[in-house]
Design a protein around this ligand. Sequence first.
Ligand code: SF4
Length: 245
Amino acid sequence: MTELPAPPPDTAFPSDQAADSVKLLREAVARYGRVIYSASLGVEAVVLIDLICANGLPIDIFTVDTGRLPESTLELLERLSRRYQRAIRVMYPDAQALQNYVADHGINGFYSSLELRQRCCHIRKVEPFRRAVAGYGAWVTGVRHEQSEARATNRAIDMDSRYGIYKVSPLLPWTIQEIWAYVRTYQLPYNPLHDFGYPSIGCEPCTRAVEPGQDERAGRWWWESAASRECGLQPRTPPSTLSDL
Ligand code: SF4
C-alpha cells in the first residue's frame, strides 16, 4: 500500500505571521468597506475563519455548496458554525442551469473534456460566487504562494478585474507547516481527509490523495495538465494589473 503524506509535523507557530495577516484584513476593511471571505473549507480556511472571528473583524463569510462536496467538508462547516456561533452563508448553484447541464452531459460530464469540466465549475462554483460577492468592495481568499506555480506570483491585494472588486490574500507567505502549527496551537477543527493525503480538498469526484513530494494541488483535476487546475475563482495565469497596499 502506498504511504500517503500526513500533515507536516509540529513547528513553532509564527505569531508575527498571524498579526500581519490580521493587519492586512483590517486595512482591507478600512480601504474597501464591505469585505467578504470566500471560505473553501480547506485547512487554510480554518485558519482564516479563526483569524476573522477571534479578532472580531467585520468581514462576512460564505462558502459554496457545489452539491458534490465530501460529507466530511459539510460536517466541518457545521462544526465551524457551532464553534464560532456565527452564520457562514451557504451559496448554491442555480438549479435550472445545473439541471440543464446534467441533462445535456450526464451527472459526471466534467470528465469528458476541459471545456465541460470548466463549465461544471462555472455553474457549481463561479456563478454562485459571483452572486455572493456582488455589492462588496473586496473578497478574501486563502491562497498561498507555495501552493502552485500559478499562485507563486500572486500579490497581497490586487484588483480582480473578473469581478470588478479587490482580492485580498492574507495567507500568501504562510508555509503549510505554519498553517498546521496555527491549527494545532488553537486546536481548530479541520477536515479529516487532510490526514489521508489530501492537502487540497474540493468536490469529491474531482479530488484525490497525492503522493509524497507531489504538488499540493496535484490531486485536484488530476487528469488535466497543471496549468488548467483552477476552478475559475482563481486566475490560471498571473494577473497583469497589480496594485499593492
Ligand atoms: S470540481 Fe468537479 S464536480 Fe466540482 S464543480 Fe468543478 S468539475 Fe464540477
